[in-house]
Design a binder for this molecule. Structure first.
Ligand code: IPE
Ligand code: IPE
Ligand code: MG
Length: 249
């Protein structure tokens, strides 16, 4: 039986988020430039996106570029930005074929104009697709997102649109850039690093975490299916005890 066949379709995570890490090390191991690793990582993005669509997952969020990644060498940033443009041009067809709707979170105003335009064009083109939503986190960091939400909530309070007493966890979730996107059920990080690097800190409060040594450019559909199978062996208690869960299922 294939790994995919072993997956219980009645116990799928509705939102999977992925920290795609290890491109540079993968390239270095091959004696190549880091940028070769980024280019090779595009295949993994396609594989995971297709795998998510095949399973019918509602949301797949991919961490593509962090706020802190702006501090990388200029040439690497430029290479990553042009890779974004070429991938968006090339892969929008794959999104259409798989009925995938593209979305983005992050400080998009910070992106070079050309990248922003391409991104917006793909978002618009796929807007009516009803399958998996692919959310790209670009120029994203969780602390930026939370500070941005705080600013918007304060402005709304000053304007009198909301009362300070009405501010609660639900409202904060809604004011985040991830807005109506449900919290991830499952977070995958590749490359053997055990950290979350400023990704969805608020939203992963009760996410199941999965770490693998596989470097991102080596990550394939079966690696994704293996991770989902691992998820299906977890018991999510949300603070309760095991005995309380059965009746709610
Ligand atoms: C992930 O790979 C891609 C981005 C962060 C843009 P890295 O570029 O971080 O690769 P490593 O972690 O240095 O190997
Ligand atoms: C996290 O990877 C960001 C992305 C995958 C886009 P990094 O490589 O930037 O994270 P750190 O610096 O190792 O924590
Ligand atoms: Mg890294």
């Amino acid at each position: 039986m294939t790994l995919k066949d072993q997956i219980d379709r009645n116990n799928l995570p509705s939102h999977v988020a992925v920290i795609m890490d290890g491109n540079g090390r993968w390239a270095r191991q091959k004696g190549k430039h880091r940028i070769f690793g980024h280019k090779s990582g595009v295949t993994s993005v396609r594989e995971v996106t297709e795998a998510a669509a095949e399973l019918g997952l509602r949301y797949l969020t991919l961490y593509a570029f962090s706020t802190e990644n702006w501090n990388r060498p200029k040439e690497e940033i430029e290479a990553l930005m042009s890779l974004l443009v070429t991938s968006l041009s090339g892969e929008t067809k794959t999104l259409m074929e798989n009925n995938i709707r593209l979305m983005a979170i992050g400080d998009l105003q910070n992106l070079p104009g050309k990248v922003y335009k391409k991104l917006q064009a793909s978002i618009d083109k796929t807007a009516d697709n009803t399958g998996t939503r692919l959310v790209l986190a670009i120029s994203y960091s969780s602390r930026w997102e939370i500070a941005d939400a705080a600013k918007k909530i304060a402005a709304a309070a000053v304007k009198g649109d909301i009362k300070v007493d009405d501010i609660n966890t639900e409202m904060l979730s809604e004011y985040l850039n991830s807005g109506k996107i449900p919290d991830p059920d499952f977070l995958i990080r590749t490359s053997g690093e055990y950290r979350v690097s400023n990704f969805l800190l608020w939203q992963i409060a009760y996410s199941e975490l999965y770490f693998t040594d596989t470097l991102w450019p080596d990550f394939r559909k079966d690696d994704f299916f293996k991770a989902i199978l691992d998820y299906q062996h977890r018991e999510r208690r949300f603070g309760k005890i095991s005995e309380q869960l059965g009746s709610e299922k």
